[in-house]
Design a protein around this ligand. Structure first.
Ligand SMILES: Nc1nc2c(c(=O)[nH]1)N[C@H]1C(S)=C(S)[C@@H](COP(=O)(O)OP(=O)(O)OC[C@H]3O[C@@H](n4cnc5c(=O)[nH]c(N)nc54)[C@H](O)[C@@H]3O)O[C@H]1N2
Ligand SMILES: Nc1nc2c(c(=O)[nH]1)N[C@H]1C(S)=C(S)[C@@H](COP(=O)(O)OP(=O)(O)OC[C@H]3O[C@@H](n4cnc5c(=O)[nH]c(N)nc54)[C@H](O)[C@@H]3O)O[C@H]1N2
Ligand code: SF4
Ligand SMILES: [Mo]
Length: 895
C-alpha cells in the first residue's frame, strides 16, 4: 500500500494528455519518464515491453523486483510513443495485481447471477466447453455457436474469427466493427488499397517523424487524438502544430485538439456527411482541386452508363495485374474513346459532362459526383449542421490552400447509419487535393516488416483469420451477412441480426455464446435489449481479466492474461519491438493460446476441420494452429531468421532505414510484370472515387467473399449520400419536442471502453461520467454545474453529473459509457446506472453496406435529479482502497 502511495505523485506527473498539458512541450518530453525513476526501483530488473491497455502499442520499460512489477515508464526508443505513456498504461500495475482478477477457471454452481462458482482446472474447462460445442454442432449445426470479442485492445482480435472459421460457425461479432474503423478501412481498401487516414487508431505513419513531414494542414474530423491516442497520435499532432501545421477540428465538443485549432466547427452530431458533401462541392465549384491528379489517377473521367451504374469498358482483363480498359469522352474528337492504362497523351478526356455513346446515356464519374453534392451549398450545410457559414468556408479554405494536407476521420462518423458514406467522402476530399501517397499526406503504403503474417484485413495482429477454413454453406448462413456484405472485409457478423435471431429463432437460434471482452453492456447499443437474448442462451462462457456485469449471465468464467503477462512482436513505424511477459499470475492464460487449445480438444473429439487446422501441409500458405505460444512466436520472428528468444534479446531494432520504409508515390513505381506503373491496389489501378466495386460487393460479396453470395436487397450506392439521423431534431418536430437534445459520445483519457473502472488511481480522477451541456440548454432545463441529472431517450433513463460548458454545440449533449464494478452484484448490475448505451439505438435504419446502428446522434431529454448519485456508486478516494494491489499475491519470476 505504501509503495502505491509513493508512486502516485509520479503517476500524476507522468500521465500524458497532450492537449490538456502543454501541447507545445510534447517534443521536449512531457513524460521523459526516465526522470521519474526513484530509489524504490533503481535496483530492479528492467524489461522492455509494450503496453496494450488500449489499441495503441506504446513502448514501455517495466521495472521488476523479485518477479513483481513495481514501476512502468515510457520507452523513448519507440518512434510513435517517444517515451510517453498515458494514465491507462501507467496504471497497468493496479490492473495487473487487482484483487478482483479472474484467477482460475470457474464453473457456475448456483443459479445464474448468484455468483456461486467452483474452481476447475483448465483441462476440465476446455473439455467441458469443447464437448458442449460439439454437441451443439451435432444437434443444431455449428452456426448455433456464437462468439463475440472486444475490438478495442484485444491483442489477438482475429483469434476468435479464426476459431469460428475452423469450427464452422459464421457467427461472431464485435461491438466496434461496423461502428468502428471498418467503414473507414473498407472505403480506403476499396477506393485506393492502402492504409486509412485515422490518427486516433494510431495509424497514419507519415506523422510520427514530425520533423520530416512537409504537411501544412491537418483536418481532424470527429477524431480527438489527444484523448484517444494520447501517447502516440495526440503527441504527434501537438508536435505538428508546434511545427506550424494548421489544424481544423470538426467536433461538437471543444476537445484539447479543438481548443488549439485554427478553426473549430462544433457540428451537430450525426450530420457529418452533409458537411463533407459541402466541402466537396465548394472545392469543385471553386476549382480548388488538383485537376491533373484527378484526371490521370482517379477514375472520375471514366464514362458511367447511367442506367446500369457501371463503367463502360472497351475490354475486360482476366489478369489481376492488368486493369480493364475504360472509356472516356475525348474532347478533341468529340467521341468516346478507350483510355489505355495508365494514360494516353493523344486524348483529351473530359472530366465532366453527359454524353450519348451509341444510344447509351453516359456521364463521367466526376459529373455524377458533382450532381450528388449539388444541394450542399455552404449555406445549406451550415443550416443542416448547425454551423456558422463563414467559419465553415474559412475551414475549407485552410484545407484547400495548404497542400500537402491530410483529412483524418476518427470514429465519430462510424457511429451512425451514414458511416460508410462519410468514409468515402473523406477519401474523395483527400484525393481531390492530391493528398494520397505524396509526402505530407496521411494515406500511404509504407513498407511493413513481415513479422505479422496475417491474411487479415487489419494487420496489426499476428494471428491470421484462416478465412478459407469456413465452409461455403456455413458462410451463407452468417446472420446479417447477405445484406451487409461490407462486413465480409472483417469476416464478421451483424450484432443486431444476431440478437434478433436469438430472440425469434429465425432463421435459426444461436444457443452457446463464448464472449471474450470487457463489459458488453457498456459497448453494444441499447444494452437492455440484450438481456432477454443472453437469458435465452443454453451455455455462456465469459473470458476476461476480471468478472464484469456480463459474468452474471455466464456459466463459466475463464481468466485471461493482462498485457504485462503476454508476449507478442509489435511493429512501430520502421522498428520492431517485443511485448514480453514480465510476470505470470495465478492461472491466467494468453487467449492466443486458449483458442488453439480449444480447437485441439474439438479435434480430439472428432472435429475434422479442427484437426486439419494443425496440419501445415493442409494449411498451405496459411498459418497452422500452434501447440504453444513459442511455436507461434517463432514462426512470426522467422521473418528475421530469428527465434522469438533471439528476437526478444535484439528488439527493438529497425527493420528498414526510415527512408526506405517510407515509400511515397507507390503508384508510380514500375511493375516489372507489365512494364507499366504499379498504380493503386484497385481493379482499375486508379483511385476509385466513383466506387463501382461497391455495387459488385453488394451483388456478389466479391472481392472479399470466398464464394458468390446472393445479392443484398438493394444495390449499394457508388457515391456518398447524406442520410439525416432517424431521430432528427430537424425533420421530426414531434419527437424533438419531447427529446430536444442530440446525444453524442467521445473517449475519456482515463479509460478504455468499459475497462479500468476498477483501478483506484483512475477512478479517483474520474469517478462518474459527466454530461456536457451548454449554458443556454442548462438554463432552459434548470440545471447547474455539478447537478445530478436524469438523461432519457426513447429506450431508457440514466443519471449523469452536469458539466455546464460553452465547449459544446448548444443543441448537443455529450457523455460516455460507464460501468461500476462496485455494483456488479446489485440490482443495477453496475451497467444500468450511468451508461449511455442504455439510451442508444440498435434498431433500423442500418448502414446499407455494413449495417451500422446508432451510437451517436440520437435524441434525449435532461432534467434535474433531486436524489443525488445512483445507489452504491463510489465517488470518494478512500472507497477505492478495496481494489488496491495485495502485496501477498503470488508472482512468478519470468526468466
Ligand atoms: N455509445 C457508444 N458505444 C460504443 C462506442 C462509442 O463511442 N459510443 N465505441 C464503440 C467502439 S469504437 C468500440 S471499438 C467498442 C469497444 O467495445 P469492446 O471492444 O467490447 O470494449 P471492451 O470489451 O471494454 O474492451 C476490450 C477490452 O478487452 C480487453 N482485453 C485485452 N486483451 C484481452 C484478451 O486477451 N482477452 C480478453 N478477453 N480481453 C482482453 C482489454 O482490456 C480491452 O480494452 O465499443 C463501441 N461502443
Ligand atoms: N482513452 C481511450 N482511448 C481510446 C479508446 C478508449 O476507449 N479510451 N478507444 C480506442 C478506439 S477502439 C477507438 S475507435 C478510438 C477512437 O478515437 P476517436 O476517433 O478520437 O474517438 P472519440 O473520442 O470517441 O470521438 C472523436 C470525437 O468525435 C466527437 N464527435 C462526437 N459526435 C460527433 C459527430 O457526430 N461528428 C463529429 N465530427 N464529431 C463527433 C467527439 O466529441 C470526440 O471528441 O480511440 C481509441 N483510443
Ligand atoms: S496510449 Fe496509454 S493505454 Fe494505450 S498503449 Fe499507450 S500507454 Fe497504453
Ligand atoms: Mo473502436
Amino acid at each position: 500500500m505504501e509503495e502505491q502511495k509513493s508512486n502516485k505523485k509520479d503517476f500524476l506527473s507522468a500521465i500524458n494528455i497532450p492537449g490538456i498539458t502543454s501541447a507545445l512541450d510534447h517534443s521536449e518530453g512531457l513524460v521523459k519518464s526516465a526522470t521519474i525513476l526513484d530509489e524504490t526501483t533503481s535496483s530492479a530488473k528492467i524489461v522492455r515491453t509494450c503496453c496494450r491497455a488500449c489499441i495503441s502499442n506504446c513502448g514501455v520499460i517495466a521495472h521488476v523486483k523479485n518477479g513483481r512489477v513495481v514501476k512502468l515508464e515510457g520507452d523513448p526508443e519507440n518512434p510513435m510513443s517517444k517515451g510517453s505513456m498515458c494514465a491507462k498504461g501507467l496504471s497497468g500495475i493496479q490492473a495487473l495485481y487487482n484483487p478482483n482478477r479472474n484467477k482460475y477457471p470457474l464453473l457456475r454452481v448456483g443459479k445464474r447471477g448468484e455468483n456461486k462458482w467452483k474452481r476447475i482446472s483448465w483441462d476440465e474447462a476446455i473439455d467441458i466447453l469443447a464437448r458442449k460445442l460439439m454437441k451443439t454442432r451435432e444437434k443444431y449445426g455449428a452456426e448455433a455457436v456464437l462468439c463475440s470479442t472486444g475490438g478495442g485492445g484485444n491483442p489477438e482480435f482475429w483469434s476468435i474469427a479464426r476459431f469460428c472459421n475452423v469450427f464452422g460457425t459464421p457467427n461472431w461479432f464485435e461491438p466496434g466493427c461496423a461502428q468502428c474503423y471498418l467503414p473507414r478501412i473498407l472505403a480506403n481498401n476499396l477506393m485506393y488499397g492502402g492504409s486509412d487516414y485515422s490518427i486516433a487508431d494510431s495509424n497514419c505513419l507519415e506523422i510520427y517523424y514530425t520533423k520530416d513531414t512537409p504537411m501544412k494542414c491537418l483536418v481532424l474530423w470527429g477524431a480527438a487524438p489527444s484523448y484517444s491516442s494520447p501517447a502516440m497520435g495526440g503527441g504527434a499532432v501537438a508536435d505538428l502544430r508546434a511545427n506550424g501545421v494548421k489544424t481544423v477540428v470538426i467536433d461538437p465538443r471543444m476537445t484539447p485538439d479543438a481548443a488549439k485549432a485554427d478553426v473549430w466547427l462544433p457540428i451537430r452530431p450525426g450530420s457529418d456527411v452533409a458537411l463533407l458533401q459541402a466541402w466537396t462541392r465548394y472545392i469543385i465549384d471553386k476549382n480548388l482541386y488538383d485537376s491533373d491528379f484527378v484526371l490521370k489517377w482517379t477514375n472520375l473521367p471514366y464514362l458511367v452508363d447511367v442506367k446500369t451504374k457501371m463503367f463502360l469498358r472497351a475490354n475486360k482483363s482476366n489478369e489481376p495485374e492488368i486493369p480493364d480498359t475504360f472509356m472516356v469522352w475525348d474532347t478533341k474528337t468529340n467521341s468516346a474513346k478507350p483510355l489505355a492504362y495508365p494514360w494516353n497523351d493523344d486524348l483529351t478526356p473530359a472530366l465532366e459532362g453527359s454524353f450519348n455513346v451509341n444510344g447509351v446515356e453516359c456521364k463521367t464519374g466526376f459529373q455524377l459526383l458533382k450532381e450528388r453534392v449539388e444541394p450542399y451549398t455552404i449555406q445549406n450545410a451550415a443550416e443542416i449542421c448547425w454551423l456558422d457559414a463563414d467559419k465553415l468556408e474559412e475551414a475549407i479554405n485552410i484545407y484547400a490552400q495548404n497542400s500537402p494536407a491530410g483529412l483524418c476521420l476518427g470514429v465519430a462518423t462510424d457511429q451512425s447509419p451514414n458511416s460508410v458514406q462519410a468514409a468515402m467522402a473523406a477519401v474523395i476530399l483527400n484525393a481531390l487535393m492530391g493528398n494520397i501517397e505524396r509526402p505530407g499526406s496521411l494515406m500511404q503504403r509504407f513498407k511493413t516488416s513481415g513479422v505479422i503474417p496475417g491474411d487479415a484485413a487489419v494487420s496489426t495482429y499476428i494471428v491470421p483469420a484462416a478465412r478459407k477454413m469456413l465452409p461455403e454453406e456455413q458462410l451463407k448462413k452468417r446472420l446479417g451477412g447477405t445484406e451487409y456484405k461490407g462486413l465480409l472485409f472483417w469476416w464478421a457478423g451483424h450484432p443486431a441480426s444476431v440478437k434478433k435471431a436469438i430472440l425469434t429463432g429465425k432463421p435459426y437460434k444461436p444457443r452457446v455464446w463464448i464472449e471474450r471482452s470487457g463489459n458488453k453492456f457498456a459497448n453494444v447499443a441499447d444494452s437492455k435489449s440484450w438481456v432477454p437474448a443472453i437469458k435465452e442462451m443454453e451455455f455462456v462462457v465469459h473470458m476476461y481479466m476480471y468478472p464484469t456485469s456480463f459474468s452474471n449471465y455466464a456459466d463459466m468464467l475463464l481468466p485471461a492474461a493482462e498485457w504485462l503477462e503476454t508476449d507478442m512482436p509489435v511493429e512501430s513505424c520502421n522498428k520492431v519491438f517485443a511485448r514480453q511477459a514480465v510476470t505470470h499470475l495465478w492461472e491466467t492464460m494468453d487467449e492466443t493460446l486458449f483458442w488453439s487449445k480449444l480447437a485441439k480438444r474439438c479435434a480430439e473429439l472428432g472435429h475434422e476441420n479442427c484437426r486439419k487446422a494443425f496440419d501445415p501441409e493442409f494449411m498451405g500458405g496459411d498459418l497452422p494452429y500452434w501447440k504453444d505460444m513459442n511455436e507461434l512466436l517463432n514462426r512470426c520472428t522467422s521473418a528475421f531468421d530469428m527465434t522469438w528468444d533471439e528476437f526478444k534479446k535484439k528488439a527493438p531494432f529497425e527493420f528498414l532505414p526510415k527512408n526506405e520504409w517510407k515509400q511515397y508515390y507507390v503508384y508510380k513505381q514500375n511493375n516489372p510484370k507489365t512494364g507499366k506503373p504499379r498504380g493503386f491496389d484497385t481493379p482499375s489501378k486508379k483511385i476509385e472515387l466513383y466506387l463501382e466495386s461497391l455495387i459488385t460487393l453488394g451483388r456478389t460479396g466479391m472481392p472479399y467473399s470466398t464464394c458468390e453470395l446472393p445479392p443484398a436487397s438493394k444495390d449499394y450506392d457508388p457515391l456518398p449520400y447524406y442520410l439525416e439521423p432517424s431521430e432528427s431534431p430537424i425533420e421530426d418536430s414531434e419527437l424533438a419536442k419531447k427529446y430536444p437534445l442530440v446525444m453524442t459520445n467521445g473517449r475519456l483519457p482515463f479509460y478504455h471502453h468499459s475497462t479500468l473502472r476498477n483501478v483506484p488511481w483512475l477512478r479517483e480522477m474520474y469517478p462518474v461520467p459527466e454530461i456536457w451541456i451548454h449554458p443556454e440548454a442548462a438554463k432552459t432545463y434548470g440545471i447547474s454545474h455539478g447537478d445530478w441529472v436524469w438523461v432519457e431517450s426513447l429506450r431508457g433513463k440514466i443519471k449523469a453529473k452536469a458539466n455546464v460548458t460553452k465547449g459544446i454545440n448548444p443543441g448537443a449533449v455529450y457523455m460516455e459509457r460507464f460501468v461500476f464494478p462496485e455494483n456488479y452484484h446489485t440490482e443495477t448490475e453496475g451497467w444500468r446506472e450511468m451508461n449511455v448505451n442504455v439510451l442508444s439505438k440498435s434498431t433500423a435504419p442500418y448502414n446499407d453496406v455494413v449495417g451500422t446502428y446508432t451510437l451517436r446522434g440520437f435524441l434525449v431529454r435532461v432534467s434535474r435529479a433531486e436524489d443525488g448519485p445512483p445507489k452504491g456508486v463510489w465517488t470518494k478516494p478512500e472507497q477505492f482502497k478495496a481494489w488496491l494491489p495485495q502485496p501477498s499475491d503470488p508472482t512468478e519470476v519470468v526468466k
